[in-house]
Design a protein. Structure first.
Length: 216
């Protein structure tokens, strides 16, 4: 007599592929940059990544010593992305005129070569920890703070755009990984940046009043 033994059915569990790291995407773009790189190509390479990844990318570009006028390419996207984030948008929209902007291949490769090492160090350190929020509303507050910082990055304030850009990059990484310690660091850098900007603007006002006899 044959006994039909039912064996437990082994279910196939689909494992989602590990998403590419931001540094790997940038390195691939730089390696294939044999012609000017359009902002649209960078956006497309990031695919459906979050607002946070785009904040990190464009903020990191603003940390580099780039030719005059570069903030028109990298500062405006920061303001647009952070504003949409603050308003609660689900997807990122950038105007076609901005997407058509091009970066010289040598400039792009140099930017990635300078930017990727410190991005790699940050990516190796951050992790989900001490995240003090339980709702997505915090994304909008971080977007609002990033927007205020992005406006400063865009303005031609001497010595005024590096710290705000660094703060935005830190906030973006903290948001993407839900790292509360890094978030606190990003907010601290934003406060420091505000102090430096007030000092620079105040010093410029005092200098102008001394040189031109302007009394407030």
């Amino acid at each position: 007599m044959n006994i039909d033994v039912k064996r437990p059915r082994q279910e196939m569990v689909a494992v989602a592929p590990t998403p590419q790291r931001l540094t790997d995407i940038l390195a691939a773009l730089a390696a294939g940059a044999d012609r000017p790189v359009r902002v649209a190509a960078i956006r497309d390479a990031l695919g459906d990544r979050s607002f946070a990844a785009l904040l990190v990318l464009f903020a990191a570009f603003n940390l580099l010593p780039l030719p005059p006028g570069s903030t028109l390419i990298f500062g405006i996207p920061l303001m647009l992305i952070s504003a949409q984030m603050a308003l609660g948008y689900d997807t990122v929209w950038l105007p076609q005129r901005l997407l058509d902007k091009e970066i010289a291949p040598d400039t792009f490769r140099n930017c990635v070569a300078r930017m990727n090492p410190w991005l790699c160090r940050l990516q190796d350190v951050v992790k989900p920890r001490h995240w003090p929020f339980c709702t997505q509303a915090v994304d909008r507050w971080i977007g609002l703070l990033a927007f205020l910082l992005a406006v400063v990055v865009f303005l031609p304030i001497p010595l005024g755009n590096w710290l705000p850009a660094f703060s935005i990059a830190t906030l973006g990484i903290a948001l993407s990984e839900r790292d509360g310690l890094l978030l606190a660091g990003g907010v601290g850098i934003a406060i420091l940046a505000a102090g430096v900007i007030c000092l620079v603007v105040g010093s410029a006002g005092v200098l102008a009043s001394t040189m031109f006899g302007i009394h407030w």
